[in-house]
Design a protein around this ligand. Structure first.
Ligand SMILES: Cc1cc2nc3c(=O)[nH]c(=O)nc-3n(C[C@H](O)[C@H](O)[C@H](O)COP(=O)(O)O)c2cc1C
Length: 330
């Protein structure tokens, strides 16, 4: 049985990838992920703020002396495993790329054009196999229209893609006016892959302290429905490899992702919640299901349920809406 898949030009031994998570900060975890059976690992992100802040600190030190170093920015999290600096991040990527036997995909995270995009070239020099660009942004200014915001994102994609020869996948938001059109623009700007979708973390209110507090909740399988639908709608229409992220917890979740047209399914929350052992369990279920359903390769499965391959493509679109409402049985 052939579980192999080609994602971003990389020949992967199976379609299960570990997406960016805090686990990737430790080299020992990368070894454990590899041993558990994932076919590639996306590293935790190097953030626009991290790079820009480091540059500003350096400027301040040069112009005002080392005392100004104390004003370190508070929005950068306390990275207690790997130091926060961009150079340390690059050194970690180099070690990962040379020590780990499966492809390492670096992640750059930002949303506005700036000097940080040059890090794509520096990341390439670490020996990683590909780059994921995470366009995480909360466009809250009522004066800025969607067209302007999206044009800004595309400028970033173009700048990153033109500063590296690595294949680039872009992790996009589901909250776009026209996701299909945006996805096509991302690909026209040079991306080889689309990662569906960025998961937006909503802050909470602490009623004791009356503060806005971050509150990260891990995902669950139900969240898969959103990337699944869009994978089914976009695969076959947009010339890009699609990765599903958000809600892949079980073998069934991975199988559904492949059937809708994804080249890989990515898994983070399940590993954080249940440990590395859930990885072989997911792969075993995939093998079992393929055998039961007479599939000899993942390639054959890929896209079998995408929108232009199912009897009723409207099941993925608005026409399904009334049926869904009517299907509630209380
Ligand atoms: C604690 C934590 C840290 C994460 N860090 C990153 C990151 O650095 N960059 C990134 O693109 N995504 C990051 N993610 C998002 C995951 O890569 C993934 O897209 C998301 O968790 C949805 O997948 P899941 O349902 O398998 O968890 C993080 C997720 C978690 C839970």
């Amino acid at each position: 049985m052939n579980l192999g898949t080609n994602y971003l030009g990389l020949e992967l031994k199976n379609p299960l990838v570990h997406s960016a998570s805090p686990l990737t900060k430790k080299l020992s975890n990368l070894h454990r992920l590899e041993k558990a059976g994932v076919s590639a690992i996306v590293m935790h992100s190097l953030f626009e703020e991290q790079i820009e802040e480091e540059g500003m600190m350096l400027d301040r030190i040069l112009s005002e002396g080392a005392d100004s170093f104390g004003e370190a920015s508070s929005f950068i999290p306390d990275y207690n495993v790997v130091p926060v600096g961009a150079d340390d991040h690059l050194a970690h990527l180099s070690r990962a790329a040379s020590e780990i036997g499966i492809p390492i995909i670096a992640s750059l995270n930002g949303s506005s054009l700036g000097g940080w995009v040059d890090y794509a070239a520096r990341i390439e020099a670490t020996g990683v196999a590909a780059l994921e660009l995470n366009l995480y942004n909360v466009p809250s200014d009522p004066d800025v229209p969607a067209s302007e915001i999206e044009a800004g994102y595309i400028d970033v994609v173009r700048a990153v893609c033109s500063s590296t020869s690595l294949p680039v996948a872009v992790k996009i938001s589901p909250f776009l006016t026209a996701p299909a059109h945006f996805a096509r623009q991302v690909v026209s700007a040079g991306a080889k892959g689309l990662v569906l979708f960025n998961r937006f973390y909503q802050p909470d209110i602490d009623l004791e302290t009356l503060e806005v507090v971050p509150n990260l909740k891990l995902s669950h399988s139900d969240e898969l429905r959103l990337p699944l639908r869009w994978t089914a709608l976009l695969s076959g229409r947009i010339p890009a490899d699609i990765a599903v992220t958000g809600g892949v917890h079980t073998g069934d979740d991975l199988i559904k992702s492949m059937l809708c047209g994804a080249k890989v399914g990515m898994m983070t929350s399940a590993v954080l919640a249940h440990g590395f052992d859930c990885i072989p369990t997911v792969l075993e279920r995939l093998r079992h299901w393929m055998a039961e359903n007479d599939y000899s390769s993942v390639e054959e499965m890929c896209g079998a349920m995408r929108s232009d391959h199912v009897g009723d493509p409207s099941a993925y679109e608005r026409a399904n809406y009334m049926k869904v409402l009517g299907s509630y049985s209380g």
